[in-house]
Design a protein around this ligand. Structure first.
Ligand SMILES: [Zn+2]
Length: 343
């Protein structure tokens, strides 16, 4: 294998990833779901069967790999993902990481932060999972997931960023982030680079949460990947409309940044705890928030608006592989081309 990538069923070569969705959650629960049993206990077989249905639906569009960056504190379940992968043949890559301060299970490491031991312990946790596997399962994460708040990276979150950068420098594992409403992308990159990260293995996530193209340029200039990974998610969590994020994406692709762009939906397919009951106005806006929305609507629309099929194929089929192989020189070359196009 030239570049092994850890999936929940073991390593595969990066060249075998194929068409990939870089950010979808099979299962996700906001911390606290563990205490809510009003709809009965967690039913493994039911969840497994629901997960298989999701995988089969995605695979109908030729997708061969899904990155599921569910943080450790939001119900990450590598054994369940492995059963879904084994039953369907879909390659699933899970992560190691913690969610942002506002929505993660923060008291555990906040307490340890007050004792002065947290950052070393986070580093040890990431490194152990990456090198030995998760909770004795032998399943290794393929990426590190990091997350920051709207308008700031809190001291709590910075511990995870510094630890993640160090583990990437030690092991070469890619990092994929959560930005809140597309803010702090540049600050995330700078913090990670300061601590030894490789820009060609960094994915700055949810950048489609902002329509301020200046922010996309600033982040792209660092040679990292920018993910438009929330298609279909509108009207909640500060997300703009699909049409707005598509305008920004098409502009960047037209300027020659396609080698640094990624696409996905950030769907939550099966909620842990109770399924949320949405008011009709929001349910309407989220009607297309499915893991096949890109293939059924967005990509055909992008083609119709003049985005060449070749660029879209590269973004879905090749860029995800390069997150794992790295492509420093190419990114720099593309960066130059992008700048030339602007001057
Ligand atoms: Zn997500």
């Amino acid at each position: 294998m030239n570049q092994p990538v850890e999936t929940v069923t073991g390593p595969v070569d990066a060249s075998k990833l194929g068409k990939t969705l870089v950010h979808e959650h099979f299962f996700f629960g906001y911390p606290g779901f563990h205490g809510d049993f009003t709809r009965g206990r967690f039913d493994w077989n039911e969840k497994r069967n629901q997960g298989i249905e999701v995988a089969e639906r995605i695979m109908q569009h030729g997708v061969e790999t899904v990155i599921d960056p569910t943080p450790n504190d939001c119900g990450r379940n590598p054994l369940l993902l492995r059963e879904i992968s084994e039953a369907t043949g879909l390659q699933i890559i899970c992560s190691t990481g913690y969610y942002y301060e506002g929505e993660g299970a923060t008291p555990y490491f906040t307490f340890r932060q007050s004792l002065g031991t947290a950052e070393d312990e986070i580093h040890e946790l990431f490194l152990t999972e990456v090198t030995e596997g998760i909770e004795g399962t032998g399943i290794k994460p393929g990426i590190i997931k990091l997350a920051s708040s709207k308008g700031e990276i809190t001291p709590y979150e910075k511990m995870f960023f510094r630890a993640g950068a160090k583990v990437q420098a030690q092991t070469g594992i890619p990092i994929l982030t959560h930005t809140q409403e597309g803010t702090m992308g540049l600050e995330q990159v700078k913090l990670l680079l300061e601590h030894g990260a490789d820009p060609s293995k960094l994915v700055i996530g949810h950048m489609c949460g902002t329509t301020d193209i200046h922010q996309h340029f600033e982040v792209l200039k660092q040679g990292v990947y920018v993910a438009f990974d929330r298609f279909g998610l509108q009207g909640i969590v500060g997300a703009p409309a699909d049409e707005e994020r598509m305008a920004v994406f098409l502009g960047l692709a037209a300027l020659g940044y396609e080698k640094q762009l990624l696409l996905s939906h950030d769907t939550v397919n099966i909620w842990l705890g109770k399924e949320p009951i949405l008011p009709e106005s929001i349910a309407h806006l989220l009607r297309n928030w499915t893991p096949v929305h890109l293939f059924e609507r967005i990509i055909p629309m992008m083609k119709e608006k003049g985005c060449p099929e070749e660029k879209l194929n590269k973004i879905l089929n090749e860029n995800p592989m390069h997150i794992f192989t790295g492509r420093k020189e190419e990114a720099e070359k593309n960066n130059q081309a992008g700048k030339a196009g602007l001057s």
